[in-house]
Design a protein around this ligand. Sequence first.
Ligand SMILES: *Cc1c(COP(=O)(O)O)cnc(C)c1O
Length: 376
Amino acid sequence: MRVNTTTQNYFIDNIKTYNKLKRMKKYNFYAGPSILSPFAINETAKAVQNFAGTGLSILEVSHRSKEFQAVVDEANALVKELLDVPEGYEVLFLGGGASLQFYMMPLNLLKTRAAYLETGTWASNAIKQAKFVGEVEVVASSKDKNFTYIPKGYTVPADVDYFHYCSNNTIYGTEMLETPNVSVPLCADMSSDFLSHPVDVSKYDCIYAGAQKNAGPAGVTIVIIKKDKVTKEGLPTMLDYQTHIKKGSMFNTPPCLPIFTVLQTLKWYKELGGLKALEQRAIEKSTMLYDEIDRNKLFKGTVVAEDRSRMNVCFVMNEEYQELNDAFFKFASERGMVGIKGHRSVGGFRASLYNAMPKEGVEALVACMKEFEATI
Ligand SMILES: *Cc1c(COP(=O)(O)O)cnc(C)c1O
């Protein structure tokens, strides 16, 4: 009988734990590293045990093996397919983060002068690094209002090597959805809205994106580079795009595991219907949250409405409710919302709605905001 009771308790406890876990389902709103699809996580977990039927873990397989080469080749082909990358471009998988590209990209493409748009911390960092290479003209900045808008009506000189901008400002929650209409080649840091909508790649000399926002885990950066623009001689080997173009991202050991997870993510994006379908999802999810921010008496958005990001939604408590900031954070955390604390330079809250965030997650956050409002 004792055994039975214990067994019974065991089941009851398990059900309780299960129910509790169900109630405490976590929604990951972190800005980066950030949410990945269950598909990418499961496939990665399986490959850590047994990679491509090799009987070995992907963690211990040579990057020169045919199985891993197939991963890089397929990831390369899928980036090209999803973004409809035209002939003449190469897709690279590099280490060093988007932060290395702030320097590496100008090192390869800046000959005399480049134009930059300053729309946030990352754009400022890119400007700072480009200045190590050549002359930089900042054509406009929204620093005057803590980067709460995207500058418009600026002029880009016709004689610059390129115009660089950051398509989505992760920290401040602004986004440039339209490709800027300028007469010079474009270069862009697309780290946090990469693969969230179609882009006309033919207008760019270089696009780069750290994977850990919308394309995979930390450790790999995707670079799309127009091959005939990479002509500088005498650059340090590892910082020369030509090295990596020639060797198909395999000059040295690439970040194997992150690349594998990026591939799974790309497969899942294709399965969902590609970038048009993902854009539709992003519009639905972000509209749902912005509508609630605008409706709810407690909250307000932090950036001008026309420049609101679909990926990083920043909001704060209205002035008269400022003292409820921590209370709402606690309330939301207790209901499974993870990573909604705003960046220190904005305060309040930031919910990142990358591709892998299900609509259900946004509904849960909206429900939380309504529920909290009802307690006031
Ligand atoms: C996160 C982020 C970066 C920095 O990426 P690292 O991989 O950490 O170097 C650069 N630009 C944007 C837009 C980002 O969101």
